[in-house]
Design a protein around this ligand. Structure first.
Ligand code: ATP
Ligand code: MG
Ligand code: MG
Length: 358
């Protein structure tokens, strides 16, 4: 192998490149709107850092190249309807759902799925964008399917989950797999805000989760890192959605594991040795959303800041902080020192993190 090309040049592409450097592998993230074409060698490899992309000269060249990995799997997973059908066909539990077509009414969806229904656009959504709640007891807007969503969305039953958890796994071309421990995730306004992993109280769900994601990756003959977002309801996991890539809820592995999810993906796609990642200690991750860089964060022992170099806008992920400290009192002291350096919304996130520490 000569070089790894990444479709997409956001923060995930940048972190893949960063992780590949010590492996002596050149990685070239590509902006989806680049107008140049590229000199891709026959033994190069092409992978992705995102699920959706526009049709441009750059994306056409990359996706049509014979070295583009996981093409059919990516296409099947990128559409929520075909993703749900695949999960159903494998007997993997998900939120009950309906493929919304012309002629469907909100009443039909309430009858089939219950009093609260979440419409999700079939493709393109992220950070909770492209979603619309329907409520039987709601106002007119909440009791109608938007006309232009017909044929373009699925409807899901509202799940009263205990917790949101995610599993990140990796699969090698020879079929070997390895997994990180489950992470628990806290969202704010549809965007991931905080993650903790591992969590002792979730260890009993680990085998169930690994079986589910392992079965899915095997069925797709997938190579690389894949993420399974789940709702935990009692002792059962329901898949919320699958992301066939490295994932925000795995950023803690940069600090808390012998092998980061980014290096794991590079190793898998480059056919380098894959090992079970060794987890050093419990880690926490906080996303930096719409906040300016504050160099005072660097005064807090244990804080590891990743800044994405993007313009700061409200609701935009511009970086994250990992903290991985084995000594609990030290971790609590660092969180206490960090809190006054953050905006008020982080007080709740830090309280949530502390509640979930072992
Ligand atoms: P991401 O940024 O993770 O890709 P997304 O926009 O693709 O997000 P989902 O993960 O499907 O969207 O949903 C976003 C959030 O909305 C979930 O993390 C969960 O909190 C909530 N949610 C999604 N589906 C349901 C459901 N069926 N019932 C209850 N809450 C839900
Ligand atoms: Mg998503
Ligand atoms: Mg999601």
């Amino acid at each position: 192998m000569n070089k790894i090309w990444i479709l997409g040049a956001g923060q995930l592409g940048a972190m893949l490149k960063h992780a590949a450097q010590p492996l002596n592998i050149e990685v070239r993230p590509v902006e989806t709107d680049e107008t140049d074409t590229f000199d891709i060698a026959a033994n190069d490899i092409i992978t992705v850092e995102r699920e959706h992309w526009p049709v441009t000269p750059a994306t056409e060249q990359l996706t049509q190249h014979s070295s583009f990995l996981n093409g059919p799997a990516l296409a099947q997973l990128a559409d929520r309807a075909s993703q749900k059908k695949l999960l159903d066909s494998l007997g993997l539990a998900t939120a009950p759902w309906v493929d919304v077509k012309q002629g469907h009414s909100a009443e039909q969806l309430f009858a089939e799925l219950g009093e609260r229904v979440l419409l999700k656009q079939r493709s393109g959504g992220y950070d909770g964008k492209g979603q619309h709640w329907l409520k039987l007891s709601g106002n007119a807007e909440q009791r109608a399917i938007p006309q232009d969503w017909l044929d373009h969305c699925i409807a899901e039953q509202a799940i009263g989950f205990d917790e949101e958890v995610s599993l990140i796994g990796m699969r090698h071309a020879n079929g070997d797999t390895a997994f990180y421990p489950l992470a628990i995730n806290q969202h704010h306004e549809g965007i991931l805000l905080a993650t903790v992993s591992p969590v002792a109280s979730k260890a009993s769900l680990q085998g169930q989760a690994e079986n589910m994601l392992g079965k899915l990756m095997d069925s797709l003959d997938y190579v690389g890192v894949m993420t399974m977002e789940c709702f935990q309801v009692g002792d059962k996991l329901l898949i919320n959605e699958i992301a066939p890539r490295v994932h925000n809820s795995g950023h803690w592995t940069q600090a808390g594991s012998s092998l980061s999810q980014f290096e794991a993906h590079i190793r898998a796609v480059a056919d380098l040795p894959l090992v079970q990642p060794l987890v050093k200690t419990q880690s926490v991750m906080l996303n930096l959303i719409g906040v300016e860089y504050n160099h005072q964060w660097l005064c807090v022992p244990g804080v590891e800041v990743f800044w994405y170099g993007k313009d700061v806008r409200p609701g935009r992920k511009v970086g994250h902080i990992n903290i991985s400290i084995a000594e609990r009192s030290q971790l609590l002291a660092s969180l206490a020192k960090l809190e006054p350096l953050m905006t008020p919304v982080y007080a709740d996130a830090i309280a949530w993190l502390i509640k979930h520490l072992d």
